[in-house]
Write a protein that binds this ligand. Structure first.
Ligand code: ADP
Length: 237
């Protein structure tokens, strides 16, 4: 659709801008973060009355770093664009879990796995892992008081093309239709304090770039399911 096209162009130019300026922003942010630590240490107890202000500076510079990090992930074509190795879906899911385990320990989240794919996906492991981690982190955030995280992979043909469907489902807060309609828009977030609104838009772009797509379904109070479809081929014997 035209809207998707506009979004895609918007993201493509964001990528270009990011590639150009991210390093320039990264350095001053690192200097701010470093000096904040030093100032705190120098002040010692004298810093106590400004504890909240320090915390706010900390939090917001962290947020800048996060935005830059995400934009760079998307913008660096050499690191994330040229590796065309294919990979086994269940192994990629395996690789995601250690990266998110620390988030799951806080709330009671049960992980259910179902790996049935007999194919390998045509997307580099690092990239797909990045996408799945984004989806899993969102799922965990959606289940603050626990729930079930279901991760599946299965063969699925689409428009006559052989492929693999990977799904990430949660039993969390879910989304209203008006939220669901905007989740892939760059910078759309409902997480006022610590959201960048880039996780899903960048994931969507990464998957589209490999000839696949990402779909979502959700019901408020019931949960959400994200399905990543990618071209897939028979595994070597
Ligand atoms: P961020 O997580 O930084 O807000 P994303 O692009 O990853 O950015 O997600 C955009 C928005 O989509 C979130 O702010 C949230 O409202 C919604 N969302 C994404 N995943 C889920 C989920 N699993 N359950 C409920 N809402 C979700």
């Amino acid at each position: 659709t035209t809207r998707q096209l506009v979004m895609r162009e918007k993201l493509a130019s964001i990528g270009e801008i990011a590639a150009g300026v991210a390093h320039e922003i990264n350095n001053p942010v690192a200097v701010i973060q470093g000096n904040l630590e030093v100032a705190r240490a120098l002040l010692g107890d004298a810093a106590a009355p400004a504890r909240r202000e320090f915390a706010l500076i900390d939090e917001q510079t962290e947020r800048i770093s996060e935005i830059i990090f995400r934009l760079l992930q998307f913008a660096r074509p050499d690191e994330y664009g040229t590796d065309t190795s294919s990979s086994l879906p269940e192994q990629i899911v395996d690789g995601c879990l250690p990266l998110v385990r620390h988030l799951m320990n806080r709330s009671k989240i049960e992980v259910v796995r179902c790996d049935r794919s007999t194919r390998e996906v045509q997307m580099p492991r690092t990239e797909l892992q990045q996408v799945l981690v984004n989806l899993i982190v969102n799922a965990i955030h959606a289940m603050p008081s626990g729930g079930t995280l279901t991760l599946t992979s299965a063969d699925l043909d689409k428009d006559g093309r052989p492929g693999v469907a990977l799904s990430v489902a949660d039993t969390g807060v879910g989304m209203k239709p008006e939220v669901l309609a905007r989740i892939f828009d760059p910078f759309f977030t409902t997480k006022a304090k610590d959201g960048t609104g880039l996780g899903l838009s960048i994931s969507h772009m990464l998957v589209s770039r490999r000839g696949g797509d990402v779909a979502a379904e959700s019901a408020p109070g019931v949960g959400s399911r994200f399905i990543v479809w990618l071209p897939g081929t028979k595994r070597p014997a």
